[in-house]
Design a protein around this ligand. Structure first.
Ligand code: CAA
Length: 258
């Protein structure tokens, strides 16, 4: 779709796909790659023909983390001023459903990138981990926050203090991934799930995603108030009328995202 150097962007029907594309360094997440990824996601978010997206590193590796070559000699002030990981915010700002298709290593920032997605399909080769401790740093793109909220304190401690890798099967048992599939079909399965997501009512999907993410950041009463407002708001949409009428008329709804 665009002439990016570090990511590939494609569209199949209503599903966009962004593939991280620096295979020679296991898709290490350089600032240039993150800038292109952010730009690609913003474009897909703005494209009314796109209902959902898949983020993948392809068949071999998801991403082995932030680019160590790029970071090795940086100073603290420089890191603060260039806001290395703050610049990943376009991923969490993506308002449509985003499915990660993870094969091979998802380490460090690569794992954090997967955890920013809404659903995760893992190939049986997938390995999740936060090995930053071995580099003398800690995760900086959400790892210390999203892991414990997802799998609890003790697994998070193990992963971040020992640098333990978690297999696809264990990730599934821990509730970190939605599906484990043979590696050769990971991207395909993620695309199929994304197509199903894209066929749902777009405004409802957007507000459900927002509400679920809000639940991780707020009190129950505030979260419930937010949910209720979103619920009532949807009664102003054409899709709510269409969805309920279609149910009563025993036909398939045709959602327009309006
Ligand atoms: N940054 C830059 N380059 C990387 C990289 C990274 N994160 N991970 C791998 N590469 C490069 C290697 O340097 C190597 O390049 P050369 O061929 O030029 O030497 C190439 O990718 C292939 O890697 P390996 O030869 O190491 O492959 P392997 O199969 O033997 O090992 C691996 C694979 C276990 C993933 C190993 O590459 C590794 O440990 N990588 C680093 C993982 C890591 O520490 N990630 C955390 C980064 S910090 C971070 O992400 C901070 C944050 O929270 C934002």
């Amino acid at each position: 779709m665009s002439d990016y150097q570090h990511v590939l962007v494609e569209r199949e029907g209503a599903v966009g796909r962004v593939t991280l594309n620096r295979p020679q360094v296991l898709n290490a997440l350089s600032p240039a790659l993150v800038a292109e990824l952010s730009d690609a996601l913003r474009s897909l978010d703005a494209d009314p023909a796109v209902g959902a997206a898949v983020l993948t590193g392809g068949d071999r590796v998801f991403a082995a983390g932030a680019d160590i070559q790029d970071m090795a000699e940086r100073g603290a002030v420089e890191q603060l001023l260039r806001d290395q990981t703050g610049r990943w915010a376009a991923v969490t700002a993506f308002a449509k459903p985003l499915v990660a298709a993870v094969n091979g290593y998802a380490l460090g920032g690569g794992c954090e990138l997967a955890l920013m997605c809404d659903l995760i399909v893992a190939g049986d080769s997938a390995r999740f981990g936060q090995p930053e401790i071995n580099l003398g740093i800690i995760p900086g793109a959400g790892g210390t926050q999203r892991w414990p909220r997802t799998v609890g304190k003790y697994v998070a401690m193990e992963v971040m203090l020992l640098g333990t890798h978690i297999s696809a099967q264990r990730a599934y048992q821990l509730g970190l991934v939605n599906r484990v599939v043979p590696a050769e079909v990971t991207v395909r399965v993620a695309m199929e799930i994304a197509a199903q997501l894209a066929a749902k009512a777009p405004l409802a999907a957007r507000l459900a995603k927002e509400s679920i993410n809000r639940s991780l950041e707020t009190s129950l009463s505030e979260g419930l108030a937010h949910e209720r407002k979103s619920f009532y708001f949807l009664f102003a949409s054409e899709d709510q009328k269409e969805g309920m009428r279609a149910f009563l008329e025993k036909r398939r709804p045709e959602f327009k995202g309006r």
